[in-house]
Design a protein around this ligand. Structure first.
Ligand code: UT7
Length: 323
């Protein structure tokens, strides 16, 4: 059978780093509170001229270079973002143009922090269904532009950045020893809308709006939802926590990551953590973490890698793949 095999990865971060110490000058907070409650020590913030499309383009170019490909080799671009450059056209089409690519198709996916998981699942379906052979999947965000910088309960949590991967359809045996995406599990439940949302939009206020979150409420649901989609991935593939080489979770909060890994029986040394350096970059957090762990040699060919995310909507999901 055809599997979507990951053959390139890349990332981009704005040059400007905002430390917790600097946050103390913006709102009534402390480095100690932020580190204890979230594990975050710093985040990157987009500067003038840096946008979701420009960061996404940079990450895409790095992923293509690693894959030994050019934009001419790509059939479809899928961009996961909740912070598009414009309401329309899609950021994916913007990036397609920046890459000098004028063939194929490009579109955005909006599933907030689970956006990269949704985009990977969609790319997998396109490849297995024969609609595309090579898909560029990008997660890119500039959440700094939708934050209320006077609200200490949210503004300390998020950061900007982008990550990308190239997926290519390759013939595999059809077992859990295959390379590529083995399963993707997606869930959503709009009843949780008010716990994490943006209070504006083109069809309501006609403005962009700002992020609002009842953090404690989100926290209460996070671990259960994450473990649900991971157990579903194990059941779908006949694998167990013992088979996992790397858990690469969405990076929202160190405590959520630790509690989820513990509940699943995945030891801390197999968990990739970047939340300390990047904060929560929403749809960009997983590809940024993948880039970090693959570039430094932790993730190797043949490793079984488990991705998971949960966020606004609520949406949540997992992807199990062999590198
Ligand atoms: O990626 C999308 C999904 N999002 C998430 O996964 C976020 C999930 N939620 C969380 O990560 C956590 O709930 C937070 C990090 C947002 C908050 O941590 P918490 O342990 O749930 O704290 P809390 O909301 O219960 O607040 C505890 C106290 C409150 O003061 P009182 O009421 O106890 O006096 C807050 O006002 O901490 C206060 N507080 C702060 N203090 C200093 C809230 N934000 C801050 C702050 N600095 N930045």
């Amino acid at each position: 059978m055809i599997r979507a095999v990951l053959c390139g990865y890349g990332a981009a971060l704005p040059a400007r780093i905002l430390t917790n110490k600097e946050m103390e000058g913006l709102v009534d907070t402390s480095d100690e509170w932020i580190v204890q409650r979230t594990g975050i020590r710093q985040r990157h913030i987009a500067g003038d001229g840096e946008t979701s499309a420009s960061l996404g383009e940079q990450a895409a170019r790095a992923a293509l270079a690693r894959a030994g490909m050019t934009p001419a080799d790509i059939d479809v671009i899928i961009v996961a973002t909740s912070t598009p450059d414009n309401t329309f056209p899609a950021t994916a089409v913007n990036i397609q143009n920046r890459l000098g690519m004028h063939h194929g198709a490009a579109f955005d996916m909006q599933a907030v922090c689970s956006g990269f998981i949704y985009a990977m699942a969609t790319a997998d379906a396109y490849i297995r269904g024969g609609l595309a052979r090579r898909v560029l999947v990008i997660g890119t965000e500039t959440f700094s532009r939708i934050l209320d910088w006077t609200d200490r309960t949210t503004c300390v949590l998020f950061g900007d950045g982008a990550g990308a991967v190239v997926l290519e359809g390759r013939e595999q045996a059809g077992t859990s020893a295959d390379r590529g995406i083995l399963t993707a599990q997606l869930r959503s439940d709009g009843a949780h809308r008010d716990k994490l949302f943006v209070d504006g939009g083109p069809s309501t206020t006609g403005t962009v709006g700002q992020l609002r979150m009842e953090g404690r409420e989100v926290f209460k649901h996070a671990v259960g939802m994450i473990t649900d989609v991971i157990e579903a991935a194990f059941a779908a593939t006949g694998t167990t926590a013992d088979d996992i080489d790397w858990l690469v979770p969405h990076q929202a909060n160190r405590r959520i990551i630790d509690a989820s890994a513990k509940k699943l029986g995945i030891p801390p040394e197999k968990v990739v953590v970047t939340v300390d350096l990047h904060g929560n970059t929403s749809a960009a957090s997983i590809p940024l973490a993948l880039d970090a762990a693959a570039s430094d040699g932790r993730i190797k060919d043949g490793d079984l890698v488990l991705l998971e995310a949960m966020g606004g909507g609520f949406t949540w999901g997992s992807v199990l793949l062999r590198w």
